[in-house]
Design a protein around this ligand. Structure first.
Ligand code: GLU
Ligand code: ZN
Length: 280
């Protein structure tokens, strides 16, 4: 078994990250498996080497050990582009030139039925650019969307193993993905890749067999499983865990330095205190 913790170095690790990292680590150790790290730094604007260094320091302080050098996602662009080229050559992607505002306007047009539908990435894309040309070499410097309907052509549903569900499986229908998730962005204009594409390609590259992540990402998982099917990659088992919330029930956000691990460390907390704080 191989698990991973995949922080984005865009702020301090807080109690929610500690819980996620410890969960993945302890599951791997209990099974005699491996625990890996991945630095999700495709957003070059917001990612900072200081945050990465602080994260590694916090994780080591928590007593976690990892079995391979961390994989830095920003160094993986050639692999991400190769996967995109494969999907592009099969006519499954199209370039999208919409601005956020265009999408909102098109999605809330009266004939679309009023309030825009919200999916895992925000407003479900209304398909404005779906007829753009799909020929020639893989476009660079353009946002690329997955044609969800075409991608699901031969698949009635997406199914994957999830720990903690009654029969151990989650089934998501093609209809749900087409209507409520829609044509997700697989390459951002500014990054050349995207969260969905990068996480799928890199989980496979790291040989991850159990993905543990917060339940806020559960809606994104069928997208990743679909990409695995399209790219011929193995599908790990998924474990979506609870989120750590503050006293008012709101989940902790990146900017909430108040609950940064570094801050508790500075105030003299021990790793055992952190485990207690997140009910471990
Ligand atoms: N990098 C993501 C985050 O910081 C998590 C990646 C994942 O588990 O898919 O929330
Ligand atoms: Zn568009």
């Amino acid at each position: 078994m191989r698990t991973r913790f995949a922080p984005s170095p865009t702020g301090p690790l807080h109690l929610g990250h500690a819980f996620a990292a410890i969960t993945a680590h302890d599951l791997a150790r209990a099974a005699g498996g491996q625990f890996l790290l991945r630095i999700e730094d495709i957003d070059r604007q917001r990612s900072k080497p200081e945050w990465e260094a602080q994260a590694l320091d916090d994780l080591a302080w928590l007593g976690l050990t990892w079995d391979e050098p961390p994989l830095r996602q920003s160094e993986r662009l050639p692999a991400h582009r190769a996967a995109l080229a494969e999907l592009w050559s099969r006519g499954l992607l199209y370039p999208c030139t919409c601005q956020r505002r265009d999408i909102l306007e098109a999605a809330s047009a009266p004939q679309e039925g009023g309030a825009p539908l919200i999916g895992p990435d925000g407003v479900v894309y209304p398909g404005t650019c779906r007829d753009n040309p799909r020929s020639g070499p893989l476009p660079s410097g353009a946002a690329l969307r997955l044609d969800m309907r075409k991608a699901l052509q031969d698949l009635g549903e997406i199914a994957y193993s999830e720990t903690g569900t009654r029969d151990g499986m989650v089934h998501v229908s093609a209809g749900h993905l087409i209507r409520s998730v829609g044509d997700v962005v697989l390459a951002r204009r500014d990054f050349g890749t995207s969260y969905h594409l990068a996480v799928t390609v890199d989980d496979a590259a790291q040989g991850i067999t159990l993905v543990t992540r917060g339940e806020d990402l559960a809606e994104a998982t069928p997208i990743h499983v679909l990409l695995q099917r399209l790219l011929g990659l193995p599908t790990p088992v998924y474990h979506h865990h609870r989120l750590i919330r503050d006293e008012t029930g709101r989940r902790l956000a990146k900017r909430e330095d108040a609950r940064a691990i570094a801050r508790y460390r500075a105030e003299g907390a021990t790793p055992a205190d952190i485990r207690r704080m997140v009910d471990l």
